[in-house]
Design a binder for this molecule. Structure first.
Ligand code: ADP
Ligand code: MG
Length: 917
């Protein structure tokens, strides 16, 4: 069979640019053994390398690949450039340096929407996850090309290859025939591909960080003669903490800081797994190269003077990354403080602040904030498990350390200070998975309302950057702190206790006034000081002095001792009537009494203490200096509890709609390349309504006419009164331009309105939409935007332009679960309007939940849709109807799931499909 090199007719027209898709799949990937492998589409110049690859394959591998003897002519395989068109045939290569170590390909099965895939991996590189990466790529590319299935045949004995298919997680069915196993992969399920890819990438990423976070031999390069220099302070920290081997490279000295030095890295008798580089910026790249040649596994680059200083520095930073990639080394920094692992006895920083061992892991993009966090943690007696200063994040990012800490037994809470989120889409998937295991508290600086997306829809105006970050954190269960204090306050709680699973709190104390302040602080933080049941109060009465108050707050009077306080807390916790407890105690004597021993080992609910007037405590219970801070911490921790509860049994709203077919439909509507003035285009009303109806969104019945006669016919068919809307070129908000007429009651009126429209808009009038008039109800807005970093977000708000003024909206990451959609509606300040506010009728919420879910699915499966606006949807007791909608589309380029940041990309460039535009 000859493979046609011709571009299949229509590929370009249907919005797929084969070359653009393939170009995006050229990048570096970490193999499961932590080494970096280049994965890319084949090129004409690969012919020789591929020939060599097939020549070297063992007979067994050849047999498994070709089901027989080495084929006399490998011509089909060796025309790498002949057929790389995603609609027909794709060959992907994995390379170790210049050597081909794996080939994966697919070819269209004629007349069907499926492609057949095959793989071979060099004998010496099997079990490194290479075939899996190739299969993932082929699956993504094939899906982008519109294939529904990828099929493959393997020999019955080829268990390794069958395992590969299974780990990609898409197997639809397998069957056995003539000694061959047939496998079919279903390409329709996007989430599944991404989720299982993250799982595999996870292990590789964690493995690649090991030389960084648990090294056995560290070499310091750049520590000089001056004992007060950064390099020497760092070396001294290292010497006093690290029990493994330490080496120093110095051109002239025999010892530096008491450590024997060698003149060149190559002089070391054994390779170091971690190199710490403190040399001047101009020398960093050449030192990194030396490290690579000496077999170093990871670099910590303390030196500043890179991208933060401008273009020349950015070039140097890219060179550094390229060098590290060449040798498969991971890089922390540059321009960073270094890292600490108290468990591993590792202090690779020049900080004078020492850290007590504990269970808090800290990642900071800023070195300065890192120092503040470390010293504040120490001041509050909070111990640290590891501390990583990310610096310019040229390679190792927050996503990497998060995954490392998720499985780190000594970490119980993660604190992150972020100035930017390099790859939010990836962060979303990783943080979500990590959050299930370990709480993450993040402080993202740069809160501001300035919406940067110059956009024309209401939806886009509502989804500002900061709201997007909120949506991202809410989706991933990350607790968002607003200040450094808040961050440490909530960390103190989450480090030792579970998150409250609700917002009910009990307050127990020894003085009335502070308890009232605490109750006020509780309600200011959305916490509920619930009244105890009669039964619980009765039980408490047995534990407290006669005059004590047993309702909530519980005032135990001045003379109470620690034992009674803990007894009361125990009874309250056992009742199940609250989700968190706080002890609010003030020193009522003249002198500070001996410290209270406050131990709390109950794992069902958290308990904290507020100690006032010089009261001190020891023990495990987190303590706070004011009631406000304690309640703030409990309130923030409760957002995690709510997230855990919501994710326990979540399912995405189902549409029962063929979303792949819908995507094809959208692609047909993309503007052809030659008439693209802008990349983005707004669909016509007819196309917009048509699409939404296919998706199952209820639209007020409509028809399009051009003449008065035609419109009268439509109006008579739809029934009076009806609504007439002029579709006018260049008009965005129709009613503002007099292009919407409501309550059109007769044929005569239809004719009048039509001629008025014609008169008014002239040539700009495309056509007229005749629409049934919806029954009165509450006007809602449901929309969506695709953030270039975060990906698709669904916005829910009150309809009309007022919503923008009020800022009353909820933002969700797509796809959306029914529970999230419901709570998004409930969070709106205008939600009472749907619930029969002031004698209005009650409007059912479920139809709105269904619409939100469907829009979420659409956004998740059709990346060509950039913006969507249903405004308004009229929600009435009889159901919901959308009466106006807008959709903006643009071509989309899929990107590989797994990719390390590329040297040719500026730092911060997203590398997943979200960054395609
Ligand atoms: P635009 O948003 O471009 O100004 P719309 O089609 O949203 O135009 O119409 C403006 C307003 O007219 C809507 O917010 C709604 O209040 C009312 N409206 C439009 N179409 C209908 C309809 N079919 N039934 C009832 N009210 C309608
Ligand atoms: Mg509108």
């Amino acid at each position: 069979m000859s493979i046609s090199a011709a571009r299949p007719a229509g590929t370009r027209r249907s919005g797929i640019d084969s070359d653009a898709v393939l170009a995006a799949f050229d990048r570096d990937v970490v193999a499961t053994n932590g080494r970096v492998v280049r994965v890319r589409p084949s090129q004409a110049s690969d012919r020789e390398a591929m020939q060599l690859f097939y020549d070297r394959l063992s007979d067994r591998s050849i047999y498994q690949r070709f089901f027989g003897l080495r084929p006399p002519a490998l011509d089909r395989q060796l025309h790498p450039s002949a057929g790389n068109n995603i609609g027909d045939r794709v060959v992907m290569l994995a390379l170790d340096d210049l050597e081909v170590i794996g080939v994966g390909e697919y070819a269209r099965v004629r007349e069907r929407d499926e492609a057949e895939a095959a793989f071979a991996v060099a004998d010496s590189h099997q079990h490194e996850g290479i075939a899996t990466v190739l299969l993932e790529d082929l699956a993504l590319i094939a899906r982008e090309a519109g294939f529904r299935r990828l099929v493959a045949e393997t020999l019955a004995g080829n268990n390794a290859m069958q395992l590969v298919f299974r780990t990609v997680g898409l197997t639809e069915r397998t069957w056995y025939e003539h000694g061959q196993v047939h496998v079919e992969l279903d390409l329709a399920d996007e989430e599944l591909i991404e989720d299982s890819a993250d799982g595999r990438d996870w292990r590789a990423a964690v493995a690649s960080l090991r030389p960084l976070l648990s090294p056995t031999h560290i070499v310091v390069i750049g520590a000089g003669r001056d004992p007060s220099s950064v390099g020497r302070v760092l070396l001294a920290n290292l010497v006093s903490s690290f029990t493994g081997r330490i080496s120093v490279v110095h051109p002239t000295e025999e010892t530096v800081g008491g450590v024997p030095a060698v003149a060149h890295l190559a002089d070391l008798d054994a390779a170091a797994d971690l190199a710490v580089i403190v040399v001047p910026a101009a020398n960093v790249v050449s030192v990194a190269d030396e490290c690579g040649r000496a077999g170093v596994g990871a670099l910590v680059v303390i030196t500043a003077g890179f991208a933060e200083t401008g273009a020349a520095g950015a070039d140097r930073e890219r060179e550094l990354l390229a060098t590290a990639r060449r040798y498969g080394m991971r890089v922390l920094g540059p321009n960073c403080l270094g890292l600490v692992s108290t468990q591993g006895g590792l202090n690779v920083t020049f900080m004078r602040q020492s850290m007590a061992p504990g269970s808090i892991a800290i990642a900071s993009q800023s070195g300065g904030v890192g120092i503040v966090l470390a010293s504040e943690a120490a001041r509050r007696h909070l111990g640290v498990s590891s501390f990583v200063s990310l610096g310019n994040k040229v390679d190792v990012s927050g996503n990497d350390v998060l995954r490392y800490w998720a499985d780190d037994p000594s970490t119980s809470v993660v604190l992150m200070y972020l100035e930017s989120i390099g790859d939010p889409r990836r962060f979303a998937r990783i943080a979500r998975a990590v959050s299930r295991r370990v709480p993450i508290v993040a402080l993202k600086s740069g809160r501001s309302e300035a919406g940067k997306r110059g956009a024309r829809s209401h939806t886009a105006a509502l989804a500002t950057d900061d709201v997007a970050v909120d949506a991202l954190f809410a989706h991933t269960g990350v607790v968002r702190a607003n200040t450094l204090d808040q961050m440490l306050d909530v960390a103190a709680l989450l480090a030792v206790q579970p998150a409250p699973s609700g917002r009910r709190v009990a307050l127990v104390g020894n003085a009335g006034g502070p308890l009232i302040l605490a109750a006020d602080a509780a309600s200011a933080n959305g916490l509920d000081v619930v009244e105890f049941s009669a039964g619980l109060q009765q039980r408490l009465r047995l534990l407290v002095p006669d005059a004590a108050a047993t309702s909530n707050p519980v005032d135990l009077l001045a003379t109470v001792d620690v034992g009674s306080v803990l007894g009361v807390l125990g009874a309250i916790a056992a009742s199940g009537e609250v989700d968190a407890c706080a002890v609010v105690s003030v020193n009522l004597g003249a002198n500070a009494p001996a410290p209270w021993q406050l131990d709390w080992s109950d794992t069902s609910i958290p308990a904290v203490a507020v100690l006032l007037g010089g009261l001190n405590a020891t023990g495990t219970m987190p303590t706070y200096a004011t009631p406000e801070r304690a309640m703030d911490a409990i309130g923030l921790a409760a957002t995690r509890g709510a997230w855990l509860a919501a994710t326990a049994d979540e399912h995405v709203v189902e549409s029962h709609v063929d979303l792949l077919a819908l995507r094809r439909q959208v692609r047909q509507l993309l503007p052809a390349p030659h008439d693209r003035h802008e990349e983005t285009a707004w669909l016509t009303t007819t196309d917009t309504f048509g699409l939404l109806e296919t998706l199952g969104i209820p639209i007020a019945p409509w028809a399009v006419g051009r003449s008065g006669r035609e419109c009268v016919r439509h109006a008579q068919h739809l029934g009076f009164p009806c609504v007439l809307k002029a579709d006018v070129i260049g008009v965005v908000h129709k009613s503002e331009e007099g292009a919407v007429v409501l309550g059109v009651a007769s044929a005569t009126m239809v004719r009048q309105v039509v001629s008025a429209f014609q008169h008014r808009f002239g040539d700009r009038l495309r056509h007229i939409v005749v629409q049934r008039q919806a029954e009165p109800g509450v006007e809602m807005l449901i929309g969506a935007v695709r953030d270039p970093g975060i990906g698709p977000m669904v916005v829910v708000a009150a309809g009309g332009t007022e919503a923008e003024l009020l800022g009353d909206r909820s933002v969700l990451l797509a796809p959306v679960t029914a529970a999230r959609a419901r709570s998004a509606l409930e969070q709106l300040r205008t939600f009472p309007l749907l619930r029969g506010f002031r004698g209005r009728p009650v409007v059912p919420v479920e139809p709105l939940v269904d619409i939100i879910g469907r829009i979420g699915l659409l956004m998740a499966t059709v990346p060509e849709i950039l913006e969507l606006d249903l405004n308004p949807i009229i929600a009435a007791p009889g159901g919901c109807l959308a009466v106006d909608a807008r959709i903006a589309v643009a071509p989309h380029v899929v990107l590989p799931m797994r990719a390390m940041r590329q040297p040719h990309q500026p730092p911060g460039t997203p590398v997943t499909s979200a960054g395609a535009r």
